[in-house]
Design a protein around this ligand. Structure first.
Ligand SMILES: [Zn+2]
Length: 201
Protein backbone atom coordinates (compact mmCIF):
# COMPACT_ATOMS: atom_id res chain seq x y z
CA UNK A 1 0.00 0.00 0.00
CA UNK A 2 1.57 3.28 -1.10
CA UNK A 3 1.87 6.38 0.99
CA UNK A 4 -0.99 8.17 -0.68
CA UNK A 5 -3.30 5.18 -0.38
CA UNK A 6 -2.51 4.97 3.30
CA UNK A 7 -3.18 8.66 3.83
CA UNK A 8 -6.54 8.38 2.14
CA UNK A 9 -7.42 5.35 4.19
CA UNK A 10 -6.60 7.15 7.41
CA UNK A 11 -8.73 10.08 6.35
CA UNK A 12 -11.60 7.81 5.47
CA UNK A 13 -11.46 5.96 8.76
CA UNK A 14 -11.64 9.23 10.55
CA UNK A 15 -14.28 10.64 8.33
CA UNK A 16 -16.75 7.92 8.31
CA UNK A 17 -16.88 5.30 10.68
CA UNK A 18 -16.66 3.23 11.97
CA UNK A 19 -18.63 0.52 13.40
CA UNK A 20 -17.53 -1.94 15.94
CA UNK A 21 -20.00 -4.67 16.58
CA UNK A 22 -22.77 -3.68 18.92
CA UNK A 23 -21.97 -6.66 21.08
CA UNK A 24 -18.58 -5.26 22.01
CA UNK A 25 -20.23 -3.31 24.80
CA UNK A 26 -21.45 -6.44 26.55
CA UNK A 27 -20.49 -7.07 30.13
CA UNK A 28 -16.93 -8.04 30.79
CA UNK A 29 -16.52 -11.76 30.71
CA UNK A 30 -18.88 -12.27 27.81
CA UNK A 31 -17.04 -14.63 25.54
CA UNK A 32 -19.65 -14.86 22.82
CA UNK A 33 -18.95 -11.54 21.15
CA UNK A 34 -17.99 -13.11 17.85
CA UNK A 35 -21.16 -15.14 17.59
CA UNK A 36 -23.45 -12.13 17.35
CA UNK A 37 -21.23 -9.70 15.56
CA UNK A 38 -21.97 -10.65 11.97
CA UNK A 39 -24.63 -8.82 9.99
CA UNK A 40 -25.82 -9.48 6.46
CA UNK A 41 -24.18 -7.09 4.04
CA UNK A 42 -26.81 -4.88 2.39
CA UNK A 43 -27.11 -4.13 -1.32
CA UNK A 44 -25.41 -0.82 -2.14
CA UNK A 45 -27.50 2.19 -3.17
CA UNK A 46 -27.45 3.84 -6.59
CA UNK A 47 -24.58 6.30 -6.79
CA UNK A 48 -23.62 8.65 -9.62
CA UNK A 49 -20.97 11.34 -9.22
CA UNK A 50 -21.14 15.01 -10.22
CA UNK A 51 -19.73 14.16 -13.65
CA UNK A 52 -22.43 11.58 -14.35
CA UNK A 53 -20.11 8.61 -13.79
CA UNK A 54 -21.55 5.54 -12.07
CA UNK A 55 -19.81 4.78 -8.80
CA UNK A 56 -19.06 1.13 -8.09
CA UNK A 57 -19.02 -0.56 -4.66
CA UNK A 58 -16.54 -3.20 -3.56
CA UNK A 59 -16.70 -5.27 -0.40
CA UNK A 60 -13.38 -5.56 1.37
CA UNK A 61 -12.21 -7.20 4.57
CA UNK A 62 -12.23 -4.97 7.65
CA UNK A 63 -9.27 -2.61 7.52
CA UNK A 64 -8.77 -3.36 11.19
CA UNK A 65 -10.39 -5.90 13.44
CA UNK A 66 -14.08 -5.32 14.04
CA UNK A 67 -14.23 -2.04 12.12
CA UNK A 68 -16.69 -1.20 9.41
CA UNK A 69 -15.75 1.82 7.36
CA UNK A 70 -16.19 3.23 3.90
CA UNK A 71 -13.71 4.90 1.62
CA UNK A 72 -14.51 6.90 -1.50
CA UNK A 73 -11.86 7.40 -4.16
CA UNK A 74 -10.92 6.73 -7.74
CA UNK A 75 -9.17 3.41 -8.29
CA UNK A 76 -5.93 3.02 -10.24
CA UNK A 77 -7.94 3.04 -13.49
CA UNK A 78 -9.67 6.27 -12.51
CA UNK A 79 -12.99 4.57 -11.88
CA UNK A 80 -14.97 6.14 -9.03
CA UNK A 81 -15.37 3.54 -6.33
CA UNK A 82 -16.47 3.03 -2.74
CA UNK A 83 -14.67 0.41 -0.69
CA UNK A 84 -16.84 -1.17 2.00
CA UNK A 85 -14.56 -2.41 4.75
CA UNK A 86 -15.91 -4.94 7.25
CA UNK A 87 -19.56 -4.12 6.65
CA UNK A 88 -20.56 -7.37 8.35
CA UNK A 89 -19.61 -5.59 11.58
CA UNK A 90 -22.28 -2.90 11.21
CA UNK A 91 -26.05 -3.15 11.43
CA UNK A 92 -27.88 -2.52 8.12
CA UNK A 93 -28.90 1.06 8.98
CA UNK A 94 -25.29 2.07 9.56
CA UNK A 95 -24.12 0.23 6.43
CA UNK A 96 -26.68 2.23 4.47
CA UNK A 97 -25.59 5.48 6.10
CA UNK A 98 -21.90 4.84 5.39
CA UNK A 99 -22.64 3.96 1.74
CA UNK A 100 -24.65 7.16 1.25
CA UNK A 101 -22.09 9.28 3.10
CA UNK A 102 -19.27 7.98 0.89
CA UNK A 103 -21.46 8.37 -2.19
CA UNK A 104 -21.98 12.01 -1.19
CA UNK A 105 -18.21 12.56 -1.38
CA UNK A 106 -18.48 11.48 -5.03
CA UNK A 107 -21.66 13.49 -5.68
CA UNK A 108 -20.17 16.71 -4.31
CA UNK A 109 -16.90 16.32 -6.20
CA UNK A 110 -14.85 16.01 -2.98
CA UNK A 111 -13.01 13.09 -4.55
CA UNK A 112 -11.56 15.23 -7.32
CA UNK A 113 -10.69 18.19 -5.12
CA UNK A 114 -7.58 18.50 -2.95
CA UNK A 115 -8.06 16.89 0.46
CA UNK A 116 -8.30 19.59 3.11
CA UNK A 117 -6.07 18.96 6.13
CA UNK A 118 -7.52 16.44 8.51
CA UNK A 119 -9.68 18.04 11.23
CA UNK A 120 -9.51 21.43 9.52
CA UNK A 121 -12.77 23.43 9.26
CA UNK A 122 -12.88 22.66 5.53
CA UNK A 123 -12.58 18.95 6.22
CA UNK A 124 -15.27 19.02 8.88
CA UNK A 125 -17.51 20.96 6.51
CA UNK A 126 -17.12 18.28 3.84
CA UNK A 127 -18.01 15.63 6.41
CA UNK A 128 -21.07 17.54 7.60
CA UNK A 129 -22.28 17.96 4.04
CA UNK A 130 -21.78 14.25 3.30
CA UNK A 131 -23.70 13.31 6.46
CA UNK A 132 -26.46 15.71 5.48
CA UNK A 133 -26.91 14.32 1.98
CA UNK A 134 -26.83 10.78 3.37
CA UNK A 135 -29.58 11.41 5.90
CA UNK A 136 -31.76 13.26 3.38
CA UNK A 137 -31.52 10.28 1.04
CA UNK A 138 -32.49 7.97 3.90
CA UNK A 139 -35.36 10.25 4.91
CA UNK A 140 -36.75 10.49 1.40
CA UNK A 141 -36.02 6.97 0.20
CA UNK A 142 -37.36 4.95 3.09
CA UNK A 143 -40.92 4.57 4.31
CA UNK A 144 -39.63 4.89 7.84
CA UNK A 145 -36.56 7.06 7.52
CA UNK A 146 -36.76 8.18 11.12
CA UNK A 147 -36.34 4.62 12.37
CA UNK A 148 -33.41 4.04 10.04
CA UNK A 149 -31.80 7.30 11.17
CA UNK A 150 -32.25 6.43 14.83
CA UNK A 151 -30.69 3.01 14.32
CA UNK A 152 -27.79 4.44 12.32
CA UNK A 153 -27.16 7.20 14.86
CA UNK A 154 -27.29 4.73 17.75
CA UNK A 155 -24.68 2.47 16.17
CA UNK A 156 -22.56 5.41 15.00
CA UNK A 157 -22.60 7.03 18.43
CA UNK A 158 -21.61 3.84 20.23
CA UNK A 159 -18.87 3.08 17.75
CA UNK A 160 -17.39 6.56 17.70
CA UNK A 161 -17.26 6.50 21.49
CA UNK A 162 -15.56 3.12 21.44
CA UNK A 163 -13.00 4.34 18.95
CA UNK A 164 -12.29 7.32 21.20
CA UNK A 165 -13.88 10.35 19.59
CA UNK A 166 -14.54 13.21 22.01
CA UNK A 167 -18.11 13.43 23.26
CA UNK A 168 -18.41 16.95 21.83
CA UNK A 169 -17.38 15.71 18.39
CA UNK A 170 -19.96 12.94 18.52
CA UNK A 171 -22.67 15.29 19.77
CA UNK A 172 -22.09 17.85 17.06
CA UNK A 173 -22.11 15.17 14.39
CA UNK A 174 -25.38 13.71 15.64
CA UNK A 175 -26.90 17.15 15.98
CA UNK A 176 -25.97 17.99 12.38
CA UNK A 177 -27.53 14.73 11.18
CA UNK A 178 -30.76 15.39 13.08
CA UNK A 179 -30.97 18.99 11.90
CA UNK A 180 -30.49 17.88 8.31
CA UNK A 181 -33.32 15.39 8.69
CA UNK A 182 -35.62 18.40 9.21
CA UNK A 183 -34.35 20.33 6.18
CA UNK A 184 -37.20 21.63 4.02
CA UNK A 185 -35.62 20.34 0.83
CA UNK A 186 -34.67 17.02 -0.68
CA UNK A 187 -31.17 15.61 -1.17
CA UNK A 188 -30.85 16.65 -4.80
CA UNK A 189 -31.91 20.24 -4.09
CA UNK A 190 -29.36 20.43 -1.29
CA UNK A 191 -26.71 18.86 -3.51
CA UNK A 192 -27.46 21.38 -6.26
CA UNK A 193 -26.80 24.21 -3.82
CA UNK A 194 -23.44 22.73 -2.85
CA UNK A 195 -22.37 22.19 -6.46
CA UNK A 196 -23.46 25.67 -7.42
CA UNK A 197 -21.56 27.18 -4.50
CA UNK A 198 -18.45 25.26 -5.56
CA UNK A 199 -18.82 26.29 -9.17
CA UNK A 200 -19.20 22.66 -10.22
CA UNK A 201 -22.58 23.12 -11.78
ZN1 LIG B 1 -16.56 11.38 4.93
Amino acid sequence: MGQSMMQRLVIALFCTLISISATVGNAAGDTTVGANSSFAVTAPPACVNNLGETVTFENRPAARNQLAAGMARRDSQGVPVIYRFGYENAPPALQQFIDLHECAHHQTGDIDRPHPPRNSPAHMMNESIADCIAILRIRDGDTDGKTVMDAAVLALTADMATVGFAATTIESRVSNIKNCFEKPMNASAFLSEILEYRGLK
